[in-house]
Ligand binder design. Structure first.
Ligand SMILES: [Zn+2]
Ligand SMILES: [Zn+2]
Ligand SMILES: [Zn+2]
Length: 160
């Protein structure tokens, strides 16, 4: 993806600010900043939370710009960002987990028939979360795993 930096700038600077905000957090926590770390953050921000990248995809996209970066370096950056609470990993089903910026709170609904990922507003789950906390004393983290089921299209197909 040549010219990705330009694309980020053209988007009114929001993505650039998001990158700089994360860089500042890493620095404030005493972590050193490197070109590969910055590139990893840029890939995460540019993915915009709706592409659901697995670690392997992130490695591939970082290497477009920095072909020599070791996979383990990128994995360590992902762990550092997760420890800082900047990103979370989400299990969409079987297979490797995907990465999200932590401030995007949508819940994933994955169709077991066709694999489509539907994004649902986190508010749908707030009432259930409160109920579980009040009645069971359990603080549920719905985002960690996707909810599996059948999407509207597949339901319509099997009903028809
Ligand atoms: Zn998502
Ligand atoms: Zn489906
Ligand atoms: Zn997990």
């Amino acid at each position: 993806m040549p010219g990705r930096r330009e694309v980020l700038r053209n988007r009114g600077g929001t993505s650039v600010n998001a990158v700089e905000g994360i860089v500042a957090k890493l620095r404030a926590s005493g972590q050193r900043m490197t070109a590969s770390r910055r590139a990893t953050i840029e890939v995460l921000v540019a993915s915009g939370n709706h592409r659901h990248l697995i670690a392997e995809d992130i490695v591939g996209e970082v290497r477009v710009h920095l072909p020599d970066v070791a996979e383990s370096t990128i994995y360590r950056t992902l762990s550092a960002l997760e420890e800082l609470g900047v990103i979370i990993h989400v299990h969409m089903g079987h297979g490797p987990s995907t990465f999200h910026l932590a401030d995007d709170t949508h819940q994933h609904l994955v169709c077991q028939a066709c694999g489509t990922v539907v994004e649902a507003d986190a508010n749908f789950f707030q009432a259930l979360r409160t109920k579980l906390r009040d009645r069971v004393g359990f603080d549920a983290d719905f985002r960690h795993f996707a909810i599996t089921g059948t999407c509207a299209a597949c339901s319509a197909k099997s009903a028809g």
